[in-house]
Design a protein around this ligand. Structure first.
Ligand SMILES: C[S@@+](CC[C@H](N)C(=O)[O-])C[C@H]1O[C@@H](n2cnc3c(N)ncnc32)[C@H](O)[C@@H]1O
Length: 228
């Protein structure tokens, strides 16, 4: 089964995917590899700061709109093929899900140009983020790492998560399954590498359950633990 990526996530979904509290949602938030999600548009004004970082945010609104519409349509065709494998209860059915995510995408595009000007949407390769150490309270990334995306090996994961945990006090990554619905083969080696970097780690079950096995996230945080 291919991975479900339809973008357009909303705050309620992030709360369940990343087990976020109201306090988490009011701090300085970085979302990474987020695509056109509604998070920045929804939380700007209530959170202290929200920055959304994606490779695609080098595009202007018109170019990005064309790209997103094209990918959304082709992904939707795939999802329809495997409709029975998803748990649609929170959305009613597939149509309800598509409607919900489409609204999220519209919200993103209504905000995109202003957000670019305000540097709330930024383009970055992810391995060097232009922020001071621990600038953000929390960094969130969904369906980007552990997704068996071409070119992402164990070392790439370790470098990307190390950089996220440099700029944020805590990193949360969801889900931990790959494109074929199996726990990512990278999870063990990446966790070992991060532990060797003296990062704290926890795999935690979360309420979001669109995919039966996609109900866990990885938390990572930098902490002082000097063993003498
Ligand atoms: C599989 S999609 C997931 C999007 C979204 N988080 C979701 O859950 O629907 C991966 C996203 O990562 C972005 N991406 C790919 N390489 C990137 C990089 N080096 N730095 C930042 N974002 C990247 C892509 O543009 C895309 O939006």
């Amino acid at each position: 089964m291919r991975k479900l990526v339809l973008w357009g996530h909303n705050v309620q979904e992030y709360k369940e995917m990343f087990d976020l509290s109201e306090q988490d949602l009011s701090g300085r938030i970085l979302e990474f590899g987020c695509g056109p999600s509604a998070i920045n548009a929804s939380l700007t004004g209530t959170a202290k700061e929200v920055v959304s970082c994606d490779d695609m945010f080098a595009m202007d609104k018109q170019e990005l709109r064309g790209h997103v519409d094209q990918v959304f349509d082709s992904m939707l065709a795939q999802v329809k093929k495997y409709e029975g494998l998803f748990q649609w209860d929170d959305y009613g059915n597939l149509d309800g899900f598509v409607h919900y995510r489409s609204q999220g995408i519209e919200k993103f595009f209504d905000d995109y140009e202003q957000g670019l000007e305000q540097k709330r949407y930024i383009h970055s390769d992810g391995l060097v983020l232009p922020y001071d150490d621990f600038h953000f309270d929390i960094a969130l990334s969904s369906h980007y790492l552990f997704a068996n995306i071409e070119g992402q090996d164990v070392e790439f994961h370790i470098q990307a998560i190390r950089e996220l945990s440099r700029v944020a006090k805590e990193v949360r990554i969801f889900p931990l399954i790959d494109r074929d619905d199996h726990v990512s083969q990278f999870l063990g080696p990446v966790m070992l590498g991060l532990q060797q970097d003296n990062l704290g780690l926890e795999v935690r079950q979360v309420p979001y359950h669109l995919q039966a096995k996609g109900n866990a996230m990885l938390r990572v945080w930098a902490h002082e633990c000097v063993v003498e």
